[in-house]
Design a protein around this ligand. Structure first.
Ligand code: PMT
Length: 406
């Protein structure tokens, strides 16, 4: 990702947190990456690190007060909001996060965030109980839904003596993450359709056949595609997840509904990513009323096969670039390659399920295969894997569609 931040104008917001001292190093790391940095501090940030330190390191005056006549006549909050190519708040305290969520403008940094049309990223830092608090999480969800990027936090020892999530990421990691987010939108003008989650196949009004897919992998892929600038349609089975920002969600329940939605939404799509765990079979008949327990010790359920969605999209005349998934418990590579060929896919991402990976959990590991190559994406949070997978998909999409420009 080197070079992404070259000549980028970054307003670095520093808020009141014991981690504010790391902001000094962050200025240097951003400058090393080629960025021009202006610093805005909240009053409480000044209790932890002096404006003079930040001014000396950034080489520019530090803005603090919203109502400072001198600053407002030079680099006021509106001017700064226009100047910024990016606003990065690190550390972002629980208070500033709440201010941003509610559109409060009682300090210069919050006012600037409301006024800017540029992307905003925040790197939270706080005590782990404050981080886990429902109020903080709901504020973050609101910010994320509005397209504000959340970088971190890390977990480990905290200044308060506790352990847990809420530590500011190290400056180098913040710069890496920002570089990753700020990559030019290579899928601008492209339509990506993603399937995610399980399908539920009804047996009777209260029972269904389903599986343990949480939708986390597919939702992370939809988010990564949107971050790459694509118009994204996310066809989701029943899951308990928030829709990622700028993503259009289509809710379905059964494999048949997912099939119909996929066929409809891929009519003008460039890339189709089938991450859903689709039920291969469904009960042959749906019982209108609840199945009653009988005296018999056995009950037989007759199943009938569902249509293969990803194969059906790949068989379309004007097919998009088609990426399938393979969830395997053994012999991952061979089964995945067989599916790549049998379903006529452009690419397949295989995951070995079990042992804390795959279904339901936050981490995964992927082996990605396409006709002329392969790549291993080692164990990582699904959000990271999704971005790395998107990078491979974008490369192979443009390798196949050589007439299109990135
Ligand atoms: O949702 P999470 O909890 O985050 O878990 C993620 C995941 C493990 C579900 C995901 O990474 C994954 O592996 N998804 C595919 C699971 C699956 O059904 O694999 P499969 O090997 O049975 O199917 C192969 C491919 O065919 C998949 O792309 C699947 O979407 C597709 N398929 C399968 C059956 C069917 N009727 N239609 C299909 O399109």
């Amino acid at each position: 990702m080197s070079g992404v931040l070259l000549n980028k104008k970054i307003v670095l917001g520093v808020t009141g947190s014991i981690a504010a001292y790391k902001a000094a190093d962050l200025v240097r790391r951003l400058q090393d990456a080629g960025a021009e940095v202006r610093v805005v501090m909240t009053q409480s940030a000044c209790e932890f690190i002096t404006p003079l330190t930040m001014q000396t390191l950034s080489g520019s005056p530090v803005a603090i007060d919203l109502l400072d006549t001198v600053q407002e006549s030079t680099m006021g909050h509106i001017t700064l909001a226009r100047w910024a190519g990016w606003v990065l708040i690190a550390p972002a305290s629980a208070n500033t996060i709440a201010n941003l969520a509610y559109g409060q403008t009682d300090d210069l940094l919050s006012a600037l965030c409301l006024a800017t049309e540029s992307p905003v990223a925040i790197a939270p830092a706080m005590n782990n109980k404050m981080w886990q608090n429902q109020v903080t999480q709901s504020n973050l969800a609101q910010l994320s839904a509005r397209g504000i990027y959340i970088i971190g936090p890390d977990s480990g020892d905290q200044a308060c003596g506790e352990q847990g999530e809420g530590r500011l990421l190290e400056p180098n990691d913040i710069v890496d993450e920002l570089s990753r987010i700020a990559v030019p939108a290579r899928l601008q003008g492209k339509h990506v359709v993603v399937t995610a989650g399980p399908t539920f196949e009804p047996i009777d009004p209260v029972r269904f056949m389903g599986n343990r897919s949480s939708g986390k992998m597919g939702f992370a892929i939809a988010k990564a595609a949107a971050e790459a600038g694509a118009k994204v349609t996310l066809i989701s089975g029943p899951v308990a997840l928030m829709t990622p920002p700028s993503v259009t969600r289509v809710d379905v329940e059964t494999a048949e509904q997912m099939h119909d939605a996929s066929m409809r939404h891929t009519s003008d799509s460039n890339i189709f990513i089938a991450c859903a765990a689709v039920s291969d079979y469904r009960p042959e008949t749906y019982q209108d009323s609840k199945l009653k327990k009988t005296q018999s010790s056995q009950l037989q359920l007759k199943l009938t096969i569902n249509k293969d969605i990803v194969a059906a999209v790949a068989a379309k005349k004007n097919r998009p670039f088609v990426v399938g998934f393979a969830a395997e418990t053994d012999n991952v590579e061979q089964y995945a390659k067989d599916k790549l060929i049998a379903k006529k896919l452009d690419m397949i991402a295989a995951n070995k399920v079990g042992d804390g990976l795959g279904f339901g959990v936050d981490d995964n590991a992927l082996s990605v295969f396409w006709q002329a190559g392969s790549k291993l994406l080692p164990k990582a949070p699904k959000s990271h894997l999704a971005r790395d997978l998107m990078t491979i998909i974008i490369e192979q999409y443009y390798a196949k569609n050589t007439t299109e420009s990135t």
